[in-house]
Write a protein that binds this ligand. Structure first.
Ligand SMILES: *Cc1c(COP(=O)(O)O)cnc(C)c1O
Length: 360
């Protein structure tokens, strides 16, 4: 059984090595006689998995001890509410809207306080990242919010906004661990893991410790308070144990590759293959402004919807799966996360060249 080249935006490709290791440990994890998914989260064997997973993430991102790492059930969308519930002391926040996910986050925050949209690229279909070097940040803003990599549109912040001293909250779901980052620039960095790290259903929240405090908006449920996770090392209740275990394997895989500097180089090489082709193609093009291009999600079109459909369908027949663009924008999208080998991108480009010759 051959594995497809899977360009899905999420849930997405995982390293084959990791899947094979999980398979080999599935029935009997290291002589325990049981699967990780059958284990008590309070057992010694599981605690070791958990501690190692957390430590490897801390090592990969160089997370200082002024930050806490939380594993929280629910997708990234749950953070759209948890962030304001836990941070909105003045009930004011500034949002930069560069796509559907930041727009959804802003709309969710409106339930709890005043939301100021301090920059947006919506008028040009989110095809670029606005200039965020000198924004009018609200004086009493509790935080400034961005979605750092826009999964649907294929754009990425190459420079973080100047938040004028306010905590920066960033949804990094689709660029998590794709390159080195300076964690200290963020108040909160969070992401759903199903894009670049593991199975769907969990988010990792990296939060500056001073933002975890007694404040929450009235009525915030126990399970939606960051303190609940921080005070119990993410085990107030049963955490998504198997999910954390798979994430831990991916962290080890990344460490063995040489860490985030190494994966960044690989991601840049990989994305270049596709962008270089798109820049020279007579059939395909990308509408994303060059300086804002994502290394993880590459969006492109032919300019003819019927041709796009034909391409997606023929590509699938040739083993290139999930190239259809998001339903709200159409066209194509190749998500080329960490686990996508360069050979996968090269094979896709060869296929696109052939398709172009046959259809021009
Ligand atoms: C996929 C995605 C989300 C939504 O994640 P869920 O886990 O489905 O809630 C939010 N933000 C970004 C950037 C994403 O890519």
């Amino acid at each position: 059984m051959a594995r497809a080249y899977n360009f899905s935006a999420g849930p997405a490709i995982l390293p084959e090595e990791v899947l094979r290791e999980v398979q080999s440990e599935l029935l009997d994890y290291k002589g325990t006689g049981m699967s990780v998914m059958e284990m008590s989260h309070r057992s010694k064997a599981y605690q070791e998995i958990f501690d190692e997973t957390k430590q490897n993430l801390i090592d990969l991102l160089n997370i200082p001890d002024t930050y806490e790492v939380l594993f929280i059930q629910g997708g990234a969308s749950l953070q759209f509410a948890m962030v304001p519930m836990n941070l909105m002391k003045n009930t004011v926040a500034d949002y930069i809207v560069t796509g559907q996910f930041s727009k959804k986050a802003a709309n969710e925050a409106k339930k709890y306080g005043q939301v100021n949209i301090v920059a947006s690229s919506e008028e040009d279909k989110f095809s670029y990242i606005p200039d965020v070097s000198n924004l009018e940040i609200s004086e009493n803003a509790d935080y400034v919010y961005i979605c750092e990599n826009n999964t649907i549109y294929g754009t990425k912040f190459k420079k973080l906004p100047d938040t004028k001293g306010k905590p920066l909250v960033a949804d990094v779901s689709s660029c998590f661990l794709s390159e080195p980052v300076d964690v200290t620039k963020y108040g909160i960095m969070y992401g759903g893991v199903q894009k670049n790290i593991g199975p769907a259903g969990m988010s990792i929240v990296i939060i500056r410790k001073d933002l975890i405090n007694d404040f929450v908006l009235g009525g915030t449920p126990t399970m939606l308070k960051y303190t609940t996770y921080a005070n119990n090392d993410s085990m107030y209740n049963t955490p998504p144990t198997f999910n954390i275990y798979v994430c831990g394997k991916v962290f080890k895989w990344l460490k063995n590759l040489g860490g985030l500097k190494a994966i960044q180089k690989m991601n840049e090489d990989k994305a270049k293959v596709l962008y270089d082709f798109l820049d020279n193609s007579k059939l395909f093009k990308t509408n994303v402004r060059k300086e804002d291009r994502s290394l993880m999600n590459v969006t492109f079109v032919t300019g003819d919807e019927e041709m796009d459909k034909k391409f997606v369908s023929e590509a699938a027949k040739a083993g290139f799966e999930n190239l259809k663009g998001h339903r709200s924008v159409g066209g194509m999208r190749a998500s080329i996360y960490n686990a996508m080998p360069k050979a996968g991108v090269e094979a896709l480009v060869s296929f696109m060249k052939k398709f172009e010759e046959e259809n021009l």
